[in-house]
Design a protein around this ligand. Structure first.
Ligand code: MCA
Ligand code: AMP
Length: 480
């Protein structure tokens, strides 16, 4: 197998990772990650405490070098969700930065502190594992039940990153400005592993702030990757921050993904900067499927055309394939290609249900323009919410809410939100209408059990939930 990171193997002295005032070249990264990789030995799987830091990037690269599957953990994950991820993925080790305080549930795992200045001496890097070997297990929400572990083989990572290099003319000369979290595909695979595979550099800002994006893009950056909430906040800030418009104007490529970027925000950014944001469409299970190409026409409102080696089809409710490229026939997007995951961990039932032969059913609904550009128009499941670019299942929040003593019944919906795309609304029948729980209390409870981004932003009280004759909650009858 050719190496996942050729510049690491070659010991390139060019800059690779910058987090705040700490940087590593590809050669230094090879040494630090090589030293940590040697400590992973025969670990079955390792968890990575995925703070937005240099240690996380080095830890994930170490696991990839060692050929040990890594499970990135959101450091804000609540008790219930963390317990599920640990019992499902059964890591034997946790990788963390030396000073990190970990929750007690992680005490039973051996801990490896990542030393970003360690050197592995003259040892050669370990031999490249096979293409189908599992590289990462990323947890993602479904409509019901707890999140599922998506097993991503090395082959999916290399094929998606190489297809993006083709679509975006992405090279080792690019410097990516990055402020996404490192426990999902967007921030970790595209944002960290992408620049490393190209032999280029990434500057991570620690957290998203428009002023920091402007500063880094103006100083060194050529590309910025963000979720629509970030571009919305950029669009809002442009009139007050002239440096931001100037920095964006000078960037080579601005890419949005994880959710739809509204055309209004596209247009505001284009008007102020003269630059078009391009969109790409992906999913944890499929990595990247389509993109507007850097050498193509800007196409706001579309997610572009299929990437190299990715096959995309639209399928009607009846199972029939739509052959028209007419901009109006709507079908489910199904994809097939080397970018796909191997399986849901421990869930052969869910894996089988997700496929029609080699085709993965995305659950996203779309039309296709005459030139092949895909327009996403909705989603099959109403119980999936995209908020701030995070995928959130209504069912998992309902279950967490039902555990609260002041809640008798609960239903969760997503409502349009100009900043988050969708905001989580909890419809609650309180145990006692005279002393109902507050939004702050329920938000705190959900954040503590699941994760802060899953917390309800609004709570609406009801005497009873609308149900059909079968007793099923009629969510369509719930709206503000
Ligand atoms: C507020 N906070 C709380 C509570 N209330 N914490 C605990 N309990 C509470 N009750 C805290 C939050 O933790 C956070 O802390 C702060 O208040 C604000 O939180 P919030 O409003 O939720 O978020 P935000 O800071 O406004 O963040 C917006 C964001 C973020 C930066 C756009 O949503 C984000 O990073 N989104 C990226 C999602 C993503 O990467 N998706 C990729 C998956 P503090 O202030 O300390 O931070 S999709 C994917 O990978 C596929 C493949 C794809 O296509 O890309
Ligand atoms: P996740 O499971 O968190 O990986 O999210 C994947 C989902 O995000 C997809 O199934 C889509 O619904 C959505 N998504 C990703 N990129 C885009 C985009 N550019 N436009 C619209 N939706 C998107």
């Amino acid at each position: 197998m050719p190496p996942l990171f050729p510049a690491l193997t070659a010991g390139s002295a060019r800059p690779a990772l910058t987090f705040g005032d700490r940087s590593l070249s590809h050669a230094e990264l090879a040494a630090a990650a090589g030293a940590s990789a040697a400590l992973l030995g025969r670990a079955g799987r390792v968890a990575v405490w995925a703070t937005p830091t240099l240690e996380t990037a080095v830890g994930v690269v170490a696991a990839l070098l060692a050929g040990v599957p890594a499970v990135p953990l959101n450091p804000r994950t609540g008790e219930r969700e963390l317990a599920h991820i640990l019992s499902d993925s059964t890591p034997s080790l946790v990788l963390a930065a030396p000073g990190d305080e970990l929750p007690p549930v992680l005490d039973k795992l051996d801990r490896v502190n990542i030393d970003v200045r360690a050197t592995s001496g003259p040892l050669p890097l370990p031999e490249e594992p096979p293409a189908e070997a599992p590289a990462l297990i990323v947890y993602t929400s479904g409509t019901t039940g707890p999140p599922k572990g998506v097993v991503l083989p090395r082959r999916a990572i290399t094929s998606t990153l190489d297809a993006l290099a083709d679509a975006w003319e992405w090279t080792g000369d690019d410097v990516l400005v990055h402020s996404l979290p490192l426990f999902h595909v967007h921030g970790l695979i595209l944002g960290i592993l992408g620049p490393l595979r190209r032999g280029g550099a990434v500057h991570h800002l620690g957290r998203f702030e428009t002023a920091a994006v402007a500063r880094e893009l103006a100083a060194h950056g050529t590309m910025f990757f963000g979720v629509p909430t970030m571009y919305h906040r950029i669009a809002e800030a442009l009139s007050d921050e002239p440096a931001l418009a100037e920095a964006l104007s000078g960037a080579r490529l601005l890419v949005s993904g994880s959710a739809a970027l509204p055309v209004y925000d596209h247009e505001r950014i284009a008007a102020a900067t003269g630059r078009r944001v391009i969109e790409r469409y992906g999913m944890t299970e499929t990595l990247m499927n389509t993109s507007v190409r850097a050498d193509g026409e800007p196409r706001p409102g579309t997610v572009g055309v299929p990437l190299a080696r990715v096959k995309v089809r639209l399928v009607e409710e009846t199972g029939e394939e739509i052959t028209a490229y007419d901009g109006e026939s709507v079908g489910e997007i199904q994809v097939c290609g080397p970018n796909l995951f191997s399986e849901y961990l421990n869930r052969p039932d869910a894996t089988a249900a997700a496929f029609d032969g080699p085709w993965f059913r995305t659950g996203d609904m779309a039309t296709r323009d005459p030139d092949g550009a895909v327009r996403i128009v909705g989603r099959k499941a109403t119980d999936l919410i995209k908020s701030g670019g995070y995928k959130i299942g209504a069912g998992e929040i309902e279950n967490a809410l039902l555990d609260h003593p002041a809640v008798r019944e609960a239903a969760v919906t997503g409502e349009p939100d100009p900043d988050l795309g969708e905001r989580i609304v909890a419809w609650i029948v309180p145990s006692n209408m005279q002393s109902p729980p507050s939004v702050e209390e329920l938000a705190r409870h959900v954040a503590q059990q699941l994760a802060p981004h899953k917390r309800p932003r609004e709570v609406r009280l009801l005497d009873e939930l609308p149900r059909n004759d079968m007793g099923k909650i009629m969510k369509r009858a719930l709206h503000g």
